[in-house]
Design a binder for this molecule. Structure first.
Ligand SMILES: [Zn+2]
Length: 138
């Protein structure tokens, strides 16, 4: 998300609270998986780590083409739609290999508080469909 160049965020210590935050993020991963499955794209298993908050406003981080995403505590604690958007956005980087695109509701680098997660989900589904076409035999 906002300034999500790969930088190290410190993973939050494990425990009930971290488990709860991770579960909130995972609920969006499952929603992404169901949406991808519905259009015939098999989303690989995505690992979620909840990190301590960043000092520079970073909301989440993904490692391009590795199925792992890092979500900050602030994001995981925030409103569900914003968390959902960040999870979908980071999966866009991590699994679909997407780069930032200011014209795309899913892959724009900045996120406001009034994020429209349904628009992000629609863009995510479109990106999954495109990925299938790219992978098809010619
Ligand atoms: Zn990003």
């Amino acid at each position: 998300m906002r300034r999500d160049r790969t930088k190290l965020l410190r993973n939050r210590e494990s425990g009930d609270e971290t488990y709860m935050l991770r579960r909130a993020a995972m609920a969006w991963v499952y929603r992404a998986k169901r949406a991808a499955d519905a259009v015939g794209f098999a989303l690989p298993r995505v690992t979620v780590r909840v990190t301590e908050n960043a000092t520079d406003g970073t909301l989440g981080v993904a490692r391009m083409s590795k199925s792992i995403i890092w979500i900050t505590e602030e994001t995981a604690r925030g409103v569900s739609n914003r968390l959902g958007h960040v999870v979908l956005h980071e999966i866009g980087h991590a699994v679909l290999g997407l780069s930032h695109n200011p014209a795309c509701p899913l892959m724009r680098a900045e996120v406001g508080t009034d994020v429209d997660v349904e628009a992000s989900l629609s863009a995510f589904i479109a990106a999954c469909k495109k990925k299938i076409e790219e992978n098809a035999c010619n």
